[in-house]
Write a protein of this length. Sequence first.
Lengths: 304, 278
Amino acid sequence: MSSTDLSIQLTGLELENPTILAAGVLGTTGASLRRMAGEGAGAVVTKSIGSEPKEGHPNPTMFKLDSGFLNAMGLPNPSYRDFREELSIARKGGVPVIASVFGAHPDEFAEIIIGLEGASAYELNVSCPHASGYGTVVGTDPVLVEEITRAAKRTTDTPVWVKLTPNVTDIVEIGEAASRGGADAVVAINTVRGMAIDIHSGYPILGNLYGGLSGPAVRPVAVKCVYDLYKALDIPVIGVGGIGSWQDAVEMMMAGASAVQVGSAVYDNVNIFSEITSGLSAYLKANDHSLDDITGLAHRKVEQ
Amino acid sequence: MRPVNAVITEIIRETPTIITLVTDIELDAAPGQFVMVWVRGLDEIPMALSHPGSITVQRVGEATEALSRLDVGDSIGIRGPFGNGFEVKGEGGGKGNREGEGGGDGNGEKKGNKIMIIAGGVGGAPLLPLAQQAQSLGLDVTTLIGARTADELLFEKHFSKCGALSIATDDGSKGHHGFITGAMDMFNLAGFDQFYICGPELMMKSVLDILQAAGLEAMAQLSLHRYFKCGIGVCGACTIDPSGLRVCRDGPVFSGDLLTTSELGKYHRDATGKKIMF
């Protein structure tokens, strides 16, 4: 249908298109990750994997709001030992498979990365907003983020991405810490801390009481974070947060994203990746643009 | 959607271990769709709808235990209906006839009209509304229900009002002595146009094996049970191998031909995502 080339080089990885399945979404099994590759994702990110099996928070763990989704899964995972097999199945999907890993300290991240050898890249989850001892607890501390990133880089020659939380005063400070630690890219943003209460009973709805907001409601938050990170950093920024259409992807790229991740939007349509790439392709063709032309375009317009 | 508040208006004791909670809400649900039932402060679990406002619960764990302790006037949170539900083929008979006249498969005017429902234990819950719908559409319904013992047979009277009924009990206290697959032997399976199955996984696997041996697996619809987290097709906790399909969204009802080479009857995954062998 289109001859527009959407392939990109991202931290040394070859992606056929710049849409990536986000961590924590349809990434529990190798078969599911393969299915998403088949639905057109240029790369896929696994569920976040830790060093020990974790059941996650009690249900309800996720539900839909008018403006997005609230979730508090609680990093459920079978540990890297039991995820290896899923990773090797996922790799048969023909696209880069990025292993999302979480831990409490640099050594734990290193252990998991070694345990999940064979991933195309590692995405350090220092941003889950609702798992005690992990995620945001780690990701709001620039010193720790830098140490974890450096430990990961020392552990592996494959690219290391660092996924950032928006639940900080200044995301750029954390992004710069990741960059100093040697990150090959930053991914922004994880979910925005949120809560909902059942008015019939007074109970918080999520089993964990609070969680993270995703979906359309957080897109402007993500666009601003990506915009700021692009301005401050010399490494690629991967944009994620509320992207559900090719127009959303174009906006995120204009803010500075080299690629986009799609999560909650699989709710409406698992074929969202193909949908975004065909829309993006048609848009670029109609405007005689390349992906490079639109990445960070908003900055160049402002500078003019 | 946020959970809807559902007040319990009636509790029906179906068997010594199974109750039906009737609530004041009425959902526009297809047979086989499910809801996420929230026991506030404890857990949220998927449950089949046995009626537009009712769930039928067997005590198997903490959440179902809590549900079985509720009284009339207590309330639960309900999200749904979710999932695909059963497909009633050859609806109303008329549609099947028209297809026949159109020179379809030339298999006779009865095509699509004769269905077999196979329910094991509490698996009868999503199948009762299906049987009732099929009967109201004029389909010829035969139901096989199985349980460990006669006391545990679920919806025996309700199913018998929808058509022919056969019974199997593990201990022989009623009907065929043995598994429900033994009761299937009494029928010419090739004479049925569609099979609807829900029950314990190994029972469903045995039933599917028999249908597959008869070349009928594509005419079977099975409702699967897996550990659900989000219930809305986003998290991926309930995806099955090797298709990667989501039980909560692409299912819970799957065509038998999709399942013959699947994980059905081999393993499922626990809350961590780890494989647990059957």
